[in-house]
Every structure is written in structure tokens, then in C-alpha cells.
Ligand binder design. Structure first.
Ligand code: MSK
Length: 636
């Protein structure tokens, strides 16, 4: 008899009553959080300290060296941005390196899955493609991309993808990044004790660093991944813990870089592994993803997603996971303790990301197939150790459509023979679509554990805003059923609904993983190029939001959108509120420099209305007509 399924909430309660500690309990145990940290007023950049500024202005107002609250808050923010940019860009470096290795005949587990993109990007890099084999082009392109990281005097190649207006603004303020690594190193250097103490100058350095991430490091990750693993196409898949199967071996892939997980998926579908699974008493093998590795494999192969960031531990507590294979980024060290209560085997695979208590099987591009086979085999052999009485797979799972890109959206909106952004721009001009907003980023126990994304997105689409999503935010909304075409009728305003129904797309478009926020940058540049809605990204009726941001990578992403001219709304403050000057710079002054700015709003519905107001202001400046169905209301 089939066992009764539990809900996710029930699963959380069960963990709690059995004394299994997850992120929510650990978060509570941190209460109260360090006030100086929250305000950004502590400095431990040198051994004169650690120093802290008294927010009530009764105690010390400067650090031992004399640095004031503005300098300290700005320096801390700069270091967060550098760390976030470094993380994304290192991801890009790894994929570019694999592309080069593949082209040089050293990574035979891979192939070129998008020849079209290989040739297009190679041409952008000035590589001659005529008469050359794909392998040769891949080797040259991989090498050229790697050179972008180390450039000293030249901007990375993709910077020229930005609209001319943005490039001019960046040149004027001297924030065009030279190379990708250099601005990150420069930020670490200028935030050292006694170097850059002018918060405004530090902010310019931050923007330069973030631009290197968005318009180069992350963009390389996206483009090189498309070349190696295929350019995504819209596909239907499933999301949430209910994708795990009671009678199959369940393997979770978690992290960000898809170099190993893509091969794991291939291996898990081989007859050799399926036979081994049957021999071990399972009916088959389910590979499902967590976090952005999930998104990478979802958008290209339709592999189901078990969950977003906050579900990584819960997935193990289902008692039905034989192996979790992690690469890097967003992997909680707390997994080890949770897994120790179950039979789940955890495998770390990346030389840069080891976890005490996890078995480490190191990934090498040259031996990807062999290593993936070992990991899948070890997981299958763990199936007999599963305690069936402790299996509690929540029943929730939901359909979603994923796999939209800055390129294929041409076809979905314009049709195969009219592949342009014209229909999108026209829909904005005519007032059917109010604007386009990227709602992205993590989920956070500090906020509503994923619910803020849903509330914000519902409010936006209700007001005819087309939403594009990446990362865990996309997964949170997918679980709610917002990423299927049917949701347009249920939740979207009439204008957006008409567009979605005409072309058969959801009102919320999943465009990939965290590094794929660059697809949104490219889409913005394409909208500008198409014409009629402004000369630069700063003029477009667009915005970005991260309602539950958590990672330093989110700070870097937010900054590259702001520096590119967008309004970015975060659902909780960045740790700089102890400096009124820095806060004013972020929420006001920066707009006069690059055209974009920050806003902070805890309430996701209010956050949505900050965005709607901003979009309406941009529409007005562009002299666009009022929203189509608002006009009808006026007539009535
Ligand atoms: S995985 S960075 S929790 S979106 Fe990209 Fe999710 Fe945030 Fe990690």
C-alpha cells in the first residue's frame, strides 16, 4: 500500500521534533544578530581593530585609524561586491577553460552543443571561423575568453554589447572595467587600511567591479555554457520535493557550475547504471537539482528541480536521497549534520569547495565521465541502506516552463519569420505591457523563505509587468505555478494576458541560473537596439528586484544592474545603513551618475509598487501612451 505523503511544512515539523537542526533553527539561534554587522559599522580590515562605530553617537565615531562610518560602510560593501563578482567570474573562467580544453582534445566528455553560438561568439571575439573545425574555434575562443580575465588595459570583449549610451557614461566616470580580475583585485587593494577613504570614490570602484561581473565574467559563463551544453529552448518540467521518487534511486546535484552535473545526468540515463539500480532493488534513477546547478540542467535538459536554496536540507530529510553531489556556491555546511541522521551520502567534488564530513571525489574535466560514473554508482549502491520507514517525500510538485533566453524570446514573441524584439517593444509602446522586470535571487529565512518572490511577482504581473526570473527566485515562483502559460489568465492584467495568450508564453519567464542574469542585460540591450523606448537602459521601463537576497553574489548582480541604469529593489537592507551618506548615495545620488539606483523595501507588495511607479515615470518620460486598459477605464 502506498505510504501517505507529507507536506513540506509537516516535514519541517518532523525535523524539529526529532531534533534535526536545519537553517531555520540555526537562524533563530543567531538572534539577536550583531547590530554593528547589520549597520556595516564594524571594520576588521587591519589589526588596529577590530573597530566599530557607535550608531548612537555616544561612543567612538571613528576607527583607530580615523576611518569614519562612511568609509567603513563603503569599504565593507566594496569587499562584498568583489567577493560576489569573483565567485561568478570564477564560474565563467572554469567553463571557458573547459571549452579550451575540449578544443585542444583534452576534455572528451564534452562536445559542442551549440555550433551556432560558438561561431557567433567567436566572431564577436574577432576569431576567424572560415575553414576551421569546431574544435579549433573552441580552443581559440576558450583561450580568448580566458585572456579577458587577465587583461590590464583593455575592457573585456562583451562590454561592447552594452548600449552606446551606457558605455559613454562608464567612460565618463572611468568605471569601464579593464579585464575581469583586475577590478576585483583593485577593490581588495583600495579597501586595505589607508588606501581609498572617500566613500564616493569607493562606490565608483564597486560599480567598475560589478560591471566586470555582469558584462564579462558571468556573461562568459552563460555563453560558454550555451556552447558546451546547448542554448536553452522552452521546455516543460517539474519542480519541488515531490519530484523525488519513492521507488527509485534519488541523486541530487547541487551548486552552480554544470560541468560535472551535466555528465552525471548523461551517465544516470545509461543502461549500465539503470541495470545496476534494478540490481540494487530500485525501479530507476531520478536525478534532480537544487539551486542553480538545478537551473543549468533544467533549462537545457528538462531535469526536474527538487528545490531552491532553503530546501537543500529538507531534501535530505525526506529520507529518500541516496547521493547528493555538490560542486560550489550556496552549499550549506549544515548539510553534513543533517545527512548524518539519514543514509544519504554527500560528495564534494570541487577542489575549491571541501566540507569536513563530506567524502571528496575530485572533479577533473579530463576525466568527467569516469568521475560521474563513480558518483552515480556509489549513490545507487547506497539504495539498499535506505530505511523505508523513514521515507517522507512531500507530495508537492508543480509544472513549469523554463528555457527562455535573450535570443529565443525573439522567436516566441516575433514568430519564426519575424525574429525581432519589435513585438515586445510595440507591446510596451501600446500599453499592453507596462514594462519588464527581473525578479531574481535567493530565498532567505530572514524573510518569508521564498514567499516574498511570489507576492511581488503576482503584484507585478497583475499590473501588466512582464517578469523574467533566474535562480532560486524563479524556482520559488515555479512552485507556486506562476511559470506556466495558464497562470496568465489567473494572475496577469488584461494587457499582459492578451500577449501571453497570443504567443503562448507564461507571464513569468524563467531565463536560467544566477550567472544568466546576463541574459536580462542582453535583452535590455536588444530592447534599446530595437528602438522606440529610449536610447539607453536607463530610459527603459524596466527594473530589477531581489526580494530575499542572501549571497554576496546578489550584491554584485544588483550593482551591475544599477550601474547599467536600472532601479534595483532589495527586500532587506544591505549592511550600510549605519552611514546616512552611503544610503543617500545608493538611493539617490548614484542615479545622477549612472541612471540606476537602489531601493530597499521589506514588504514585497510595496516593493512591487515602488517598481510600478518607477516604470510609469519612465513611460511618461518616453511619452508613451497610458496603459491600454486604463484608457478604457477612463472612457467608461
Ligand atoms: S543559487 S546565489 S541562493 S539565487 Fe544561484 Fe539561489 Fe542565491 Fe544561491
Amino acid at each position: 500500500m502506498a505510504k501517505e505523503k507529507v507536506s513540506e511544512e509537516k516535514l519541517k515539523e518532523m525535523c524539529h521534533s526529532c531534533g534535526i537542526e536545519t537553517v531555520w533553527q540555526r537562524y533563530d539561534a543567531q538572534d539577536p544578530h550583531c547590530g554593528f554587522g547589520l549597520l556595516g559599522l564594524c571594520c576588521k580590515n587591519c589589526n588596529l581593530g577590530p573597530c566599530r562605530i557607535d550608531p548612537f553617537e555616544e561612543g567612538a565615531q571613528v576607527g583607530t585609524c580615523g576611518a569614519d562610518r562612511d568609509t567603513i560602510a563603503a569599504r565593507n560593501l566594496a569587499r562584498h561586491t568583489a567577493a560576489g563578482s569573483a565567485c561568478h567570474s570564477d564560474h565563467g573562467r572554469e567553463i571557458a577553460r573547459t571549452l579550451m580544453l575540449y578544443g585542444s582534445g583534452k576534455a572528451s566528455s564534452y562536445k559542442i552543443k551549440s555550433e551556432e553560438k560558438l561561431k557567433k561568439v567567436a566572431s564577436e571575439y574577432g576569431i576567424k571561423i572560415e575553414g576551421k573545425k569546431n574544435e579549433e574555434i573552441a580552443a581559440e575562443l576558450g583561450r580568448a575568453m580566458l585572456e579577458d580575465f587577465g587583461k590590464q588595459e583593455e575592457p573585456p570583449v562583451f562590454i561592447k554589447r552594452a548600449p552606446a549610451k551606457q558605455q559613454k557614461i562608464w567612460e565618463k566616470h572611468n568605471i569601464v572595467p579593464k579585464g575581469i580580475d583586475r577590478p576585483i583585485v583593485e577593490t581588495m587593494s583600495r579597501t586595505n587600511m589607508g588606501v581609498d577613504n572617500d566613500y564616493k570614490n569607493l562606490m565608483l570602484g564597486i560599480m567598475k567591479t560589478a560591471l566586470a561581473d555582469g558584462w564579462a565574467g558571468s556573461m562568459i559563463a552563460t555563453e560558454a555554457s550555451d556552447i558546451l551544453f546547448g542554448s536553452p529552448q522552452a521546455l516543460r518540467a517539474k519542480v519541488n520535493l515531490g519530484v523525488l521518487k519513492e521507488d527509485e534511486v534519488n541523486i541530487l546535484i547541487h551548486g552552480h557550475v554544470p560541468l560535472l552535473s551535466d555528465v552525471v545526468v548523461t551517465v544516470s540515463q545509461s543502461e549500465e547504471m539503470l541495470k545496476l539500480a534494478r540490481e540494487n532493488g530500485a525501479k530507476g534513477i531520478t536525478v534532480a537539482g537544487i539551486c542553480c546547478t538545478a537551473n543549468e540542467i533544467l533549462v537545457r535538459r528538462g531535469v526536474p528541480v527538487a528545490g531552491n536554496f532553503l530546501q537543500q536540507e529538507l531534501a535530505i530529510t525526506t529520507g529518500a536521497v541516496e547521493g547528493m553531489i555538490v560542486d560550489l556556491q550556496c552549499i550549506m555546511p549544515g548539510l553534513v549534520k543533517v545527512a548524518s541522521c539519514f543514509h544519504t551520502k554527500l560528495f564534494s567534488t570541487h577542489p575549491k569547495a571541501k566540507f569536513p564530513g563530506m567524502e571528496h571525489i575530485e572533479f577533473e574535466e579530463e576525466k568527467a565521465l569516469e568521475i560521474a560514473r563513480e558518483l552515480v554508482k556509489r549513490s545507487i549502491e547506497n539504495f539498499p541502506n535506505r530505511d523505508k520507514a523513514r521515507v517522507n517525500i512531500p507530495e508537492e510538485s508543480m509544472d513549469l516552463i523554463a528555457g527562455f533566453t535573450a535570443e529565443n524570446i525573439f522567436y516566441y514573441l516575433g514568430g519564426k519569420y519575424r525574429a525581432t524584439y519589435r513585438p515586445l517593444n510595440d507591446a510596451i509602446i501600446s500599453g499592453r505591457i507596462r514594462g519588464v522586470v527581473g525578479v531574481v535571487g535567493c530565498d532567505n529565512p530572514k524573510m518569508q523563505s521564498g514567499k516574498s518572490h511570489i507576492q511581488m511577482v503576482k503584484e507585478l504581473i497583475k499590473h501588466d509587468v512582464l517578469v523574467v526570473q533566474t535562480g532560486c527566485s524563479a524556482l520559488a515562483c515555479a512552485k507556486e505555478g506562476l511559470l506556466v502559460p495558464e497562470s496568465a489568465k489567473k494572475y496577469a492584467g488584461r494587457g499582459l494576458q492578451e500577449i501571453c495568450e497570443t504567443v503562448g508564453i507564461p507571464p513569468v519567464l524563467h531565463v536560467g541560473s544566477c550567472v544568466d542574469n546576463t541574459r536580462i542585460l542582453i535583452a535590455c540591450a536588444n530592447m534599446v537596439k530595437e528602438g522606440g523606448i529610449g536610447e539607453g537602459i536607463d530610459e527603459l521601463p524596466i527594473a530589477g528586484a531581489a526580494p530575499e537576497w542572501m549571497s554576496e553574489k546578489a550584491i554584485a548582480i544588483g550593482w551591475y544592474f544599477v550601474a547599467s541604469g536600472a532601479l534595483v529593489v532589495f527586500g532587506s537592507d544591505m549592511p550600510v545603513t549605519g552611514s546616512a551618506n552611503v544610503m543617500k548615495y545608493l538611493t539617490k545620488d548614484v542615479e545622477g551618475i549612472v541612471g540606476g539606483k537602489w531601493a530597499f523595501e521589506k514588504d514585497p507588495v510595496k516593493g512591487a509598487h515602488i517598481i510600478i511607479k518607477h516604470i510609469d515615470k519612465k513611460r511618461k518620460a518616453l511619452k508613451l501612451s497610458a496603459m491600454m486598459y486604463d484608457r478604457e477605464k477612463v472612457k467608461v
